[in-house]
Design a protein around this ligand. Sequence first.
Ligand SMILES: [Zn+2]
Length: 141
Amino acid sequence: MEPGEGAVEFMREITEGMTLEEVRELYRHMMRIPPDDAKVKRCATCNYYFRDKTRPGNAKVCGPSCKTVRKTEQKADQRARKPVEPKKPKKERRYDEAAWLAGIWRHEVPFDPGKLPYIQAARERYSRMGGRKKPIRKVDY
Ligand SMILES: [Zn+2]
């Protein structure tokens, strides 16, 4: 697992100006004896050290990418633990056509005769220009 953003930032912070050998030595030391700073923790996802910058100090992961991984795992876990509900039986379909049509016609409102020319114009416009009110301007260069 790659170190997350917070872990990288933390290591960059504490190893600034050190040689590679010194950094190796420090890392080995940190693996043996964890730092006694309460705000320095190990990330729950990538397992690297990071500095907890939250005010209450309850961060579990070092950065947003680690958080995403952790949340994905948590969700998968929840989904696996949730009991599978039996599927609901489908509603019986209605095959009574007369009743179906009667149901539709009850809601159908006839067009307002005063609006018929506008409706006709809109249909024509749609068939000609695909519903645009303004025509596409083509500029010849
Ligand atoms: Zn991390």
